[in-house]
Design a protein around this ligand. Structure first.
Ligand code: PPY
Length: 357
């Protein structure tokens, strides 16, 4: 489609290979190395076909460039995608090992232009396997010398962003009594609802997996069906599941003041940012909100900083979002536009320091 065509023109390099062990299509998209080596996780999931996998890698890697730039990292954006057939279960055992070794080879072939990490469908144990083929990998297990699971830092960065949006919209970053809807209770969403519940938020939650209802009970959250949550009366909606939630159709039906979540690629189309802006719904760009994982991984693994320093940098996501929201309000443009303007200026070398807000 036209969006993919336009995005593809921006990428420095796109590699599509067939893993020699697994036979699976492995896509690595390097969007930009203007600020430094491209950084971005490796996603393993079913797609309609390899073209859909390429399209996802193109969009996700572009978002990683903006994510790294706005987070103040001297890193570019990339992404790896392993294309599984429609309906395929997550590979396990020797099949999974073969797959991750193939990913390791694809990363090694790029000779440092791209560094991988965890994403949807992969975790620290997979990164250990990738690490047998290349050193260009973040978030290995601590046993293997890595910084481990990136989920908690992503959740903490999201909390900082939720507070910044609350301050922007309601004049206080205190979330007590705010009605917040969280869609997706995985490793990031799960930690998020625990933190927000402890801070006194009035939570409504949903997940496609009915087994996660237990967590809703534990934190005293109201449980609703996933398709109902976005159209529930809320102060803030927090998308914490897979992307593409914000379709043009849904954008017209949201009943919240703001959207601020860690799910990557929430906009089903760029025009949705404008629709939401016209309706007075403030969309906090996902590539600002979800940077906690990479911010911590870079702080720990490249800069050798202690957890306390990494946590301070993750909390800085709130400051960055506040600056983007101020820019957007001042110019009466969607925050997406303000954030992209900032990010492009940083990448072009014209915005030194802007990432810190
Ligand atoms: C992302 O932030 O979306 C990622 O790509 C995940 C990630 C986390 C930590 C290091 C590298 C990639």
């Amino acid at each position: 489609d036209a969006m993919v065509e336009a995005a593809a023109l921006e990428h420095e390099r796109v590699v599509v290979t067939r893993g020699r062990r697994s036979g699976r299509t492995v896509v690595v998209a390097v969007h930009s190395t203007a600020l430094g080596p491209a950084l971005g996780g490796c996603r393993v999931r079913p797609y309609a076909g390899w073209r859909a996998g390429v399209a996802d890698a193109l969009r996700l890697s572009q978002a990683m460039t903006w994510k790294a730039a706005l987070a103040g990292l001297a890193r570019g954006g990339g992404k790896a995608v392993v294309v599984l057939p429609p309906g395929a279960a997550a590979p396990a055992g020797a099949d999974r090992e073969a797959l991750m070794l193939d990913v390791g080879d694809a990363v090694a072939d790029l000779r440092g232009a791209y560094w991988t990490g965890p994403d949807v469908g992969t975790g620290p144990a997979d990164m250990d396997v990738v690490g047998r083929r290349t050193d260009h990998v973040f978030c290995r297990t601590s046993a293997a010398g890595g910084s481990g699971d990136s989920g908690p830092a992503t959740a903490d960065g999201t909390v900082a962003a939720v507070r910044a949006l609350a301050a922007h919209l309601f004049g206080t970053d205190d979330v007590a009594g705010l009605r917040i809807g969280v869609l997706g209770l995985g490793s990031v969403g799960g930690r998020l609802v625990r933190t927000l519940a402890a801070a006194g938020a009035d939570l409504v939650v949903a997940d496609a997996d009915p087994g996660r209802r237990v967590l809703a009970g534990e934190v005293g959250a109201r449980w609703v069906a996933p398709d109902l949550l976005p159209v529930t009366d809320l102060d803030l909606l927090v998308p914490a599941a897979v992307g593409g939630l914000l379709t043009p159709e849904l954008a017209g039906r949201l009943r919240c003041a703001g959207v601020v979540g860690p799910a990557n690629n929430q906009l089903a189309g760029e025009e949705v940012a404008t629709t939401l802006h016209r309706r007075g719904v403030v969309w906090a760009p996902d590539y600002v909100v979800s940077a906690g994982g990479i911010v911590r991984a870079v702080a720990r693994e490249l800069d050798a900083q202690p957890e306390s320093v990494a946590a301070e940098r993750v909390a800085g996501i709130g400051t960055t979002l506040a600056a983007v929201l101020r820019d957007a309000a001042a110019a009466d443009v969607p925050p997406h536009q303000a954030a992209l303007t900032r990010a492009r200026a940083i990448v072009a070398g014209a915005g030194a320091g802007a990432g810190a807000g």
